[in-house]
Design a protein around this ligand. Structure first.
Ligand code: COA
Length: 189
């Protein structure tokens, strides 16, 4: 996952490259206008409800982020909800949020920024369903490819992303604050 997960959400004025986001805003607005819930059958045949996150989900997402060592503060999660080019989806059970995923739509690219599932609900297909739904959104918004990165020691993430059709496209030594390397993966949307 990008270093922004462990530091700050970059400012929109933070560099020349950010200007390109503006061309994606119209696509993102179109997406955000359709904030309905999607019902997806996961591997066990259970129906998952996946929907766009709202303010009311912030505390639950923060809890999952902490438990999953994603390390996003409430403020960072709030910033993702506010960004026009960011999509935040949650898997919603009657009891609570089970997991969330966040991705940025940057022109023809989807950058997966964070994915985490509550510890008690792992290995039920929730992570895969959230990822598939985000990829689907990226495609609908005109995305051609998806990128993501994560800690090299994260076997669960590696297997999940391989299973979702991602292949390794890069390696970054000492990318994380503890010196750990990052694996970069990509797939065509
Ligand atoms: C990675 C993570 C999101 C997976 O979520 P999940 O809901 O448990 O994943 P799924 O049940 O959808 O599993 C899909 C596939 O991923 C792989 N996978 C998931 N967890 C795994 C594990 N612990 N070990 C090996 N492979 C694993 C498997 O291939 C699995 O398919 P299978 O169950 O048919 O074998 C979850 O473990 C998590 O929240 N981890 C902490 C945060 C994190 O590491 N996020 C990703 C990088 S930032």
């Amino acid at each position: 996952m990008p270093s922004t997960l462990h530091g700050h959400v970059p400012s929109l004025t933070a560099g020349r490259g950010w200007a390109k986001f503006s061309v994606c805003f119209s696509y993102a607005r179109e997406l955000h206008a359709k904030r309905g819930a999607f019902h997806i059958a996961n591997a066990e045949g259970r129906t998952l409800t996946i929907r766009h996150a709202s303010q009311d989900d912030l505390q639950a997402m923060h809890k999952i982020s902490e438990a999953g060592h994603i390390g996003w503060s409430i403020q960072q999660l709030q910033a993702e909800l506010d960004l026009d080019f960011s999509t935040v989806l949650v898997s919603d059970s009657e009891a609570d949020i089970e997991g969330f995923i966040c991705g940025w739509h940057v022109c023809e690219e989807l950058q997966v920024m964070a994915l985490a599932v509550s510890q008690g609900r792992r290995r039920e297909g929730i992570g895969r369903a959230l990822l598939e739904e985000l990829l689907c959104h990226g495609r609908r918004l005109g995305g051609l490819s998806a990128f993501l990165e994560f800690r090299a020691s994260n076997e669960a993430a590696l297997q999940l992303y391989i299973g979702a059709g991602f292949t390794q496209v890069g390696w970054r030594d000492a990318y994380y604050e503890n010196g750990e390397a990052a694996i970069l993966m990509s797939r065509i949307l």
